[in-house]
Ligand binder design. Structure first.
Ligand SMILES: CSC[C@H]1O[C@H](OP(=O)(O)O)[C@H](O)[C@@H]1O
Length: 349
């Protein structure tokens, strides 16, 4: 049974960018047109479009939109506008390296075309943004194939946050093997952490998997330990926002705790990582910028005040799982174990 994936980011032939507003899910499936670079920045910042790969794809299309009417009289005047908007988009969220990877890829493309007519540069940017999107779909499916070699029919897998189809071009990363298992007639069940404070697990992962007919059970984040102790899950698979050169992996806040629990219960802990999410230029997890977000995400759970006015709040959106807690990093090029510093480097040779 193949899954009909909803595309969370689309750019049509008329040059219009549409995103699925993920803040409205699971009860409202609403697509919004993104008409400016400011709209793109806001959509990323507010997690209307979210998930490391989807952020990179949206930013690439947003930059295409931004330079649609940029001056064509000289390369320098065009590049000045291009770089201003690129830097603006890069300021939307700091942790997911896909954002910077996608923007830098377009930057390199433009720099290589300094002698070309600006109209051709603009056309090549659209083509490259589509390439980024289409490659992501292929990467995610390949991750699913490799990840499936680590899972067995009848297994139950725990995941944290949402690393599914709507966080990518298609298939997702952590959820890719789940969808491919369904396609192959395998029975792999999922336990989804609700993933406070923004509930990407409760709102998005359960929604996606139920749409696909996958058996998914929602748990509160603080139930993962008991679920593992009772032997209800046999593996953990999560996505990532940035993998450092030594294999330390940044992912949604709470992932580090799940990794510690998995270690304590001798359960394999897998990180699904497309190579655009692996940042060889960042030496260790200590060097990964961790986004801190507003206190209202914690004190006003979806509009309901759940804490005293003025309480101090610390709201890091991500944490870092040290590489020694990671059983394997699953990329589109294969499953990586052992000396991550050495093995990850080989991916970029
Ligand atoms: C393949 S999505 C990777 C990653 O992105 C999510 O973060 P956010 O919802 O803040 O964009 C989450 O950490 C996912 O695991």
């Amino acid at each position: 049974m193949t899954t009909n994936f909803i595309q969370s980011v689309t750019f049509d032939d008329q040059g219009r960018l549409h995103i699925l507003d993920q803040t409205k899910l699971p009860h409202i499936t609403e697509f919004i047109e993104i008409e400016s670079v400011e709209d793109t920045w806001d959509a990323i910042k507010q997690l209307k479009v979210r998930g490391a790969p989807a952020i990179g794809i949206a930013a690439a299309y947003g930059l295409v939109l931004a330079v649609k009417d940029a001056p064509e009289d000289s390369f320098d005047s065009f590049y000045q506008v291009f770089k201003k908007h690129l830097d603006y988009l890069a300021s939307s969220r700091p942790t997911a390296v896909n954002l910077f990877w996608a923007l830098n890829r377009l930057d390199e493309l433009v720099k290589q075309q300094q002698t070309q007519p600006i109209s051709e540069i603009k056309a090549s940017l659209i083509k490259e943004a589509h390439e980024i999107r289409n490659e992501d779909e292929e990467l995610c499916r390949a991750i699913g194939e490799h990840a499936l070699t680590l899972l067995e029919d009848g297994m139950t897998v725990l995941t944290h946050c949402n690393a599914g189809g709507i966080a990518t071009a298609k298939y997702g990363t952590a959820l890719a093997p789940i969808y491919l298992a369904k396609e192959k007639g395998m029975d792999i069940k999922v336990f989804a952490d609700e993933t406070r404070p923004l509930l990407q697990g409760a709102r998005l992962t359960t929604w996606e998997l139920m749409q696909a007919g996958v058996d998914v059970t929602l748990i509160a984040d603080n139930m993962a330990a008991m679920v593992m102790k009772k032997g209800m899950v046999q593996a953990v698979i999560v996505g990532c926002d940035r993998v450092a050169a030594n294999g330390d992996a940044a992912n949604k806040i709470g992932t580090y705790g799940v990794a510690l629990l998995a270690k304590a219960h001798n359960i394999p802990f897998y990180v699904a990582a497309p190579t655009p999410t692996i940042d060889i230029d960042t030496p260790t997890g200590e060097d990964i910028p961790i986004e801190e977000r507003g206190s209202e995400e914690i004190t006003q759970a979806f509009g309901i005040e759940t804490a005293p006015q003025g309480v101090n709040v610390f709201n890091p959106a991500f944490d870092v799982t040290p590489h020694d807690l990671i059983t394997a990093i699953i990329t589109e090029k294969g499953v990586i174990k052992g000396n991550y510093s050495e093995e990850l480097k080989k991916l970029f040779i």
